[in-house]
Design a binder for this molecule. Sequence first.
Ligand code: FES
Length: 144
Amino acid sequence: MSLDDLYREVILDHYKKPRNKRHLDGADIDLEHNNPLCGDEIRIEAKVADGGIGDITFEGQGCSISQASASMLTEQAKGKSLDEVEKLVLAFRGLMAGKEDIDDEALGDLVALKGVVKYPVRIKCAVLAWDTLQEGVQTFKSSH
Ligand code: FES
């Protein structure tokens, strides 16, 4: 199996069996964004405990890339401090900008989205959840 096939399988697995896709009661971070090009939506909800992400979930509808990226995001962000989450957002943005010096290990399954770089129109799909999380974290930080 080629690396591209493996990545495709990881993306489809997250799309078909999304992790942490549910409503979260009492969330401290609760934000929704949509992709104006297609109308697809992602809502990110998270609880903050001890300066970090205690729990994080998503809801939404859209293409396989946007939904798989949100599913992977929840897995990677859970348990991280808010500062670490912001670093993760930057690392993911670097991956989407085609940077080579990215720490793959820190990104986990997210490396499967590397191939998206070849299709600029899909980059917006992949970063939709990340834009939402980043704004949510910034809003939370500025109000606490
Ligand atoms: Fe709408 Fe991908 S086509 S987010």
